[in-house]
Design a protein around this ligand. Sequence first.
Ligand SMILES: Cc1ncc(C[n+]2csc(CCOP(=O)(O)OP(=O)(O)O)c2C)c(N)n1
Ligand SMILES: [Mg+2]
Length: 356
Amino acid sequence: MTSEPTSELSDQTLLDMQRRMIRIRRFDERASKMVKRGQIPGTVHTSIGQEAQVVGACMALGEHDYMTGNHRSHGHPIGKGAPLGPLMAELVGKSGGVCQGKGGSLHLSNFAVGSLGESGIVGGSFPIAVGAGLSSKVLDNGRVALAFFGDGAANQGNLYEGMNMSGVWKLPVIFLCENNQYALSTPAHTVTSGVIAERAPGFGMPGVRVENGQEVLSVYAAVSTAVERARRGEGPSLVEVVTYRFNEHSEGLRMAKDYRNAEEKAMWLSRDPIVLFRTWLVDNGVASEDDLDKMDAEVREEVEESVRFTDASPLPDPSRAFADLYTEPFGPTHSEHGRGVGLDSPIGHPTTGAIR
Ligand SMILES: Cc1ncc(C[n+]2csc(CCOP(=O)(O)OP(=O)(O)O)c2C)c(N)n1
Ligand SMILES: [Mg+2]
């Protein structure tokens, strides 16, 4: 792992990075088994193989920052430090889940850690992230919003609407492309013109491509730079992280043919982010092999505890099906601001003050 940057992070933070990556791995492995046994309805899309990209980005964010995800987003709240029990309960559809069982694997949000929502619609969460960035700017609360999206979503038009609006208003938004090189079975290079990160300057923002996206510290460094820029009020950034998913697009999915050849898979499996960082931690004297084995055992137990939590949680009460789904359209938030939120904001229209 020679290209890994030297880290000035505390040992505690470095170990926390490894623990969060292992949490994602073990949680998703367990969820995969549960899908195959029919214990989780539908399917799950795992982040196995992509843990460095997820944790490096999430840990560069602060506690109060926002993020949005897509269909592959259990790992994001875990990367931001969420406890596993309510996440597992959500996947199973139990009332103890982060959305009381109403979101499931594909549409979970976890407001406690700033996770504003996944979307099963590819590219569906850009407007939410841009809206969160706009709210941060209007409220001047210093919060950053990060939108995770895939290489497939990188070709959806609303990404560019969101990048343009964020650039014009210098919103504190980070567009983070999880380039795992495939959208389902479609190789990114067959549908993507040019380099995704190189699209950023067209919108007046920096774009950086993290080639070694299996190395958590490299991702952390790149996203930290974008976070600092956003907090200084300089606006959005695009970060493209090159990574690879080790499992199938979704668990239990049988693709018609093997669209990824054995050599490619073997090369990427040898770049396992958890193994790479384990070696780095040992080589740099942060932890011993025994310490890291113990960490793994603790996480396995934590995952089993999340399953026990799920088993003990009741199914949702059908009478609550529509609870918490809607807000009052003209409630106090609107009337407090008279003609609408943001009329006196620094980014409103120069003469009317209205955001158009
Ligand atoms: C608008 C829309 N089109 C198609 C789909 C079907 N679909 C679900 S996931 C996916 C691939 C997405 O690939 P990518 O954005 O690279 O994310 P990854 O799965 O690789 O993490 C597709 C085409 C969808 N859910 N929404
Ligand atoms: Mg992809």
